[in-house]
Design a protein around this ligand. Sequence first.
Ligand code: PLP
Length: 445
Amino acid sequence: MVRQRRNLVTELPGPRSVELERRRTAAVARGVTSTFPVYVAEASGAVLVDVDGNSLIDLGSGIAVVSVGHAAPRVVDAVRTQVGRYGHTCFMVTPYEGYVAVCETLNGRTPGRHDKRTALFNSGAEAVENAVKVARHVTGRQAVVVFDHAYHGRTNLTMALTAKNQPYRDGFGPFAPEIYRVPTSYPMRDPEGMTGEEAAARAIEQIERLVGAHNVACVLIEPIQGEGGFVVPAPGFLPALSAWSREAGALFVADEIQTGFCRTGDWFACDHESVEPDLITTAKALAGGMPLAAVTGRAELMDGVHAGGLGGTYGGNPVACAAAMASVADMEVGDLSAAARRIGTTVGHCLASLQQTHPGVGDVRGRGAMMAMELVRPGTLEPDADATRRIVRACHRAGVVVLSCGSYGNVIRLLPPLVIDEGLLDDGLAVLAGAVNEVLTTPSR
Ligand SMILES: Cc1ncc(COP(=O)(O)O)c(C=O)c1O
């Protein structure tokens, strides 16, 4: 177990990381970038140890993946045991219990007590693609409705579903057809006082006018947008869209790849408003760092696809399934939803006090351990991506890994492992607060 503290012994990145970065430049495609080129040697809990011996606080969890902590002992044991028994058979050839157990767990844990079925895949994007396949197949319709600022992945179909051009889509077209984008609920940028129901009515009016309700196979939505800027819709938005979808005969598909598994203070973000999606996509935190993704949905919909219509060589790999069962057990035993709520309170206080001091902190939002602040030019809604970059860089130099996001690149998001201890979180937040104070009071601004 790595000691849970921040400790820097070189400048960051240190000399070994710099050397590895040089090798990387000559070997790795330029299109694949890293937020912070500090090369990791070891990690546990909420601490990353780099190849130069620096200990960094991880407030990003590898983009919401290691909610149970890096190298969580139960996950490590499960992976070791499983890989020693067998690492792969292909569920489509000779099945195994782990796959079934993960599907049973997802059917039980995801919102709604109705009869469900699950299929497993490798990545979030693959799960989203398969949710769309199911929706189109069972409705016999083609149109997929998505939202401004949405992020659903980088494959051809999911690029089309994703809103932002740079860096996700630029030059990679042509994109899949029959995707329609409508406005979301973005309380900070919507007309003042717009309710969730009004924002839903705005979206629905566009769907009916531009697409036609009878053509819609599914409405695909992140209950809280991730890459788009941790945008929490106004209350009532999700229930209104879910109700409209049901009436229109379209499926309501919740993409909970970033929000799922205790991150928002409940098992799923849909739980907060008792929304029961027809299909739900999950990945990231599901398997504690192993690649695993899922589509879970109403039995009659999931079973509406012909035999052999869903699958893939590695989908539901036995090692990833063993990791998932262990990581879900950690969430249950450690009550990580409650941990996420506690983290949310601490982070929320810190960000709110920064907002009080700095008019450049335009908004503080999020739920549970999925919190963010949006940076603007003081007194306006104009995004301040430059300050965001500088704050993130200052945190990195001080040994705290934070991530930015947002359509305008002006949101700093915090996604700590849910097992982070209080002292470490406080230290990480103090570094962030110092960086915000420094950057937002620099005279050059
Ligand atoms: C909401 C959402 N959907 C889909 C994806 C794509 O997942 P993956 O990167 O595993 O393909 C992501 C990844 O960040 C996501 O946040």
